[in-house]
Design a binder for this molecule. Sequence first.
Ligand SMILES: NC(=O)c1ccc[n+]([C@@H]2O[C@H](COP(=O)([O-])OP(=O)(O)OC[C@H]3O[C@@H](n4cnc5c(N)ncnc54)[C@H](OP(=O)(O)O)[C@@H]3O)[C@@H](O)[C@H]2O)c1
Length: 248
Amino acid sequence: MHTILVTGASKGIGQAIVEGLTGSGKRIICVSRHQPEWLAKAGEHIWHPLDLADIDQVEASLPTLFAPVLWHGCNRAWLINNAGAIAPVKRIGNLNAEGLARNMALNLTVPMLLANAFVHALKDAACPKLVVNISSGAAKRPIDGWSAYCSAKAGLEMATRALALEQGSAAHPVRALSFAPGIVDTGMQAEIRSAAPEDFAAVKQFIAYKEEGKLASPEAVAEVLLRFLEEDAFESGASVDYRELLKR
Ligand SMILES: NC(=O)c1ccc[n+]([C@@H]2O[C@H](COP(=O)([O-])OP(=O)(O)OC[C@H]3O[C@@H](n4cnc5c(N)ncnc54)[C@H](OP(=O)(O)O)[C@@H]3O)[C@@H](O)[C@H]2O)c1
């Protein structure tokens, strides 16, 4: 069976990924803090409640998330590190340790920890294996007020490349991909638009993107991503952007 772990499955892009996979006969393991009604009713998913910004909680959950009963015997295995958050939207000088640590944990440390557990748990599995890290344009360029998010996503892109390099010599390699979804109409964008101008200089521009209908829908992004993953024609370690894939 094709087994897929999706983090941040409760809403936004993660929800659209899970809905795009539903009915395909795949085993879907969903992770988020909340279980909305649609997820509770979708009986074929396994849902694991977890605060992915809490490293100790994540570490304690790894044996459950990567239990042999879920993964052994699978004929394809994907880990989609999708959960992420923008906060704190504050310039360096106005950050605090807790906010910074939670951002780094959620956007960087925990995706790496999950990839680590995935690689280890499936090291003897000869099936196609893939880690997808949901990235951002913010990984490539600094954005005023987003220092934590930009830094964590840049680190995550490097983790993708490091994983691809290391796995190049493995007997049964795990492939890796960074995927930047563009600007997507989710709760994260609503949070971005609500930032104070003194914390985030480009807030008006992001309000204009929404007003001008420039945001992609999470469903469209998930559809393009899932088709790209199914085609499986990319080089391991690649970094791709939704808007580039649309042009192909
Ligand atoms: N939207 C955009 O324009 C955009 C652009 C570039 C990149 N991205 C990336 O795309 C990914 C998905 O973002 P989105 O726009 O879909 O955001 P979203 O609508 O805010 O959804 C975020 C998801 O992550 C989960 N999550 C957040 N904090 C969590 C925590 N501490 N523990 C466990 N789960 C947590 C949320 O679930 P719970 O709240 O139930 O925990 C939710 O399912 C993120 O990695 C984001 O950085 C988004």
